[in-house]
Design a protein. Structure first.
Length: 453
C-alpha cells in the first residue's frame, strides 16, 4: 500500500485500477440526494468525476504537492454488448474494454491531474461508450483482463506501493466459477481490492465494513465480499473511513454495499486515502491518529484447532475480540481462508508471522494427522527460532498428559479443568482469563522478558 514513508511521486506514482460492471443490470436506479432514479452507471461516472476533481485540489501531507500528480489510473468496464449490438445497429464490441482508450490506442494509464484537466473529453467518451454497454456480465473475464494489465504495468513501469483495485458490480456474473480464485490471485500478488456491491435495495448497514458475510445476503453480495481484501489494520483506509464515521468490524474486509450515490463517492474516495491522509495535527482525524499511536503494535495470533471444535472456537474468539478491538492482536484461524486460495501456503505464512499460537486441545485435536504432522512441528520450530509463544487451552477432557510434548507445558485453565466442564459465568470467566493471559504474555514479550513455553 502506498505509504508516507516511501512517497509516491510523479515519476513513481501510486497505481489505482477501476473495474466497473457496465452490464444491463447496472441501468437500474440508485438513490441520489440530488436526483432519485439515477442509474448505477451514471452514479459511477459522477463519483469518478468528483474523485478526480478532489484529487486535483487536495495536497499531500506537509507538502504543497497535489495528490493527483502522484496517482496513475486505469479503468475497465465489463458487460459491453448492449441492445444496439443485439439489433445489429452497432459493430461487435469486446465484452471488456479500456474505458480511457481513445481512437483505438493501446493501454491507457492516466495521471489524475491529466484526467481532471481533460475531464470533459473523457466524460463525452464515456457517454459514447454507453451506447454499447448494458450487455451480459462477464465478471470473470474482467478480472482476468485486470490481472494481465497489472502484470504488464508493473513489469514496464515503476510504481510506489501496492496497486489498489476499486471493483464495482451488482455481483450477478454469467458464471461464478474461478472468480474467487482470480480475486485471490490478485490479493496474493499484493493488490488491495476495494469491493463495492451496488443495489437499489438495502441489504447491509450503511457506512459499515463487515468482518463476515451475512447468510441473508444475496449470492452477488457474498461473491463481492469474498473478492475484497482485508482492511489493513491501523491504515490510511481505516483512518479515512473512521473520519467519515464508518463502522469497522473486527477483521473487516474492504467491502461495502452501496445504494446511494453520495455514499458511492465517499467509498470510492478511500482509494486516495494512502496519499491524502492529513497530518496528525488538529481536527478529528488528528485525534484518531494520536489515539492509535498510543495503542501497542499489534501481534498476530494463530489458532490451531480441530474443525469438530468450531463451537468452542467461536466462544474463544468472542473473548479475544476484546483484544482485537483494542488493537492488541490480529487473529488468524482457517475460517479466514478464501475459496480458491492456496490454503497450505497461507497457513505456512500465518504460522511464520504469528507471535502467539493458541492450541485448542481436545481428543479430536490430538487425533488429527494434519495438526500433529504439520501445524505443531511448524509452531514449535517458530518457538525455537523466533520466540513464538505457545499457549495450550484444554477445551474438552482428553488424555493430554500422555502426549509427551504437551505434558511438558503448562496447560490452561489452571488445574487442567476443561472449558467444556465449566458452566455459565465460570466458563465465561475462564475464557476471559485466557484473553488476559495472552495480553500479559504479549506485554512481557515487548518488554524483552523471557517467557517459558
Amino acid at each position: 500500500m502506498p505509504t508516507l514513508s516511501r512517497r509516491p511521486t510523479p515519476q513513481t506514482p501510486a497505481l489505482v485500477g477501476l473495474l466497473v460492471d457496465v452490464s444491463g443490470s447496472m441501468a437500474r436506479s440508485i438513490e441520489s440526494s440530488q436526483n432519485r432514479g439515477k442509474s448505477r452507471l451514471e452514479s459511477f461516472r459522477d463519483a469518478l468525476e468528483r474523485l478526480v476533481k478532489k484529487a486535483k485540489t487536495t495536497t499531500r501531507p506537509n507538502s504543497k504537492e497535489r495528490v493527483a500528480s502522484s496517482v496513475a489510473l486505469f479503468a475497465y468496464g465489463f458487460g459491453f454488448g448492449g441492445p444496439l449490438l443485439a439489433l445489429g445497429l452497432e459493430d461487435p464490441a469486446e465484452e471488456v474494454q479500456d474505458l480511457f482508450r481513445l481512437r483505438n490506442r493501446g493501454d491507457t494509464t492516466l495521471r489524475l491531474d491529466f484526467l481532471a484537466d481533460n475531464w470533459s473529453v473523457y466524460r463525452r467518451h464515456f457517454n459514447q461508450l454507453s451506447r454499447n454497454m448494458l450487455g451480459s456480465t462477464p465478471m470473470r473475464e474482467g478480472l482476468a483482463v485486470v490481472r494481465n494489465r497489472l502484470s504488464r504495468e508493473l513489469a514496464s513501469k515503476h510504481y510506489t506501493g501496492a496497486p489498489i483495485l476499486f471493483f464495482l458490480s451488482d455481483g450477478m456474473p454469467n458464471v461464478q466459477q474461478h472468480i474467487r480464485k482470480l480475486a485471490s490471485q490478485l490479493r496474493k500478488s499484493g493488490v488491495i481490492i476495494v469491493s463495492c456491491f451496488v443495489t437499489s435495495d438495502t441489504i447491509a448497514e450503511p457506512r459499515r465494513l463487515y468482518g463476515h458475510s451475512v447468510p441473508s445476503w444475496p449470492p452477488g453480495a457474498r461473491l463481492m465480499y469474498d473478492c475484497a481484501s482485508d482492511l489493513p489494520s491501523n491504515s490510511a483506509f481505516s483512518r479515512y473511513l473512521t473520519e467519515h464515521r464508518w463502522k469497522l468490524d473486527p477483521k473487516a474486509k474492504l467491502f461495502s454495499q452501496i445504494n446511494q450515490s453520495d455514499l458511492l463517492s465517499e467509498y470510492m474516495g478511500s482509494v486516495l486515502s494512502p496519499l491524502s491522509t492529513p497530518s496528525t495535527s488538529g481536527g478529528t482525524l488528528g485525534r484518531v491518529r494520536n489515539l492509535e499511536a498510543k495503542i501497542p503494535k499489534r501481534h498476530r495470533l494463530f489458532i490451531s484447532y480441530s474443525h469438530q471444535d468450531q463451537r468452542w472456537l467461536a466462544a474463544v474468539r468472542q473473548q479475544l475480540g476484546v483484544l482485537e478491538r483494542a488493537g492488541l492482536i490480529d487473529i488468524f484461524d482457517d475460517t479466514r481462508l478464501q475459496a480458491g486460495e492456496d490454503w497450505r501456503d497461507r497457513l505456512d505464512q500465518e504460522m511464520t508471522a504469528a507471535k502467539v499460537a493458541l492450541l485448542l486441545v481436545s481428543a479430536t485435536f490430538l487425533d488429527s494427522d494434519f495438526i500433529l504432522a504439520k501445524e505443531v512441528p511448524t509452531l514449535f520450530r517458530e518457538h525455537e527460532k523466533a520466540g513464538m509463544l505457545i499457549y495450550p487451552l484444554l477445551l474438552r477432557p482428553c488424555a493430554w498428559e500422555e502426549v509427551t510434548w504437551l505434558s511438558r507445558m503448562q496447560i490452561r485453565p489452571p488445574g487442567a479443568k476443561a472449558i467444556s466442564m465449566l458452566r455459565g459465568a465460570s466458563r465465561e470467566q475462564a475464557l476471559a482469563d485466557v484473553a488476559r493471559d495472552i495480553a500479559t504474555l504479549l506485554r512481557k514479550q515487548r518488554s524483552g522478558r523471557q517467557i517459558d513455553g
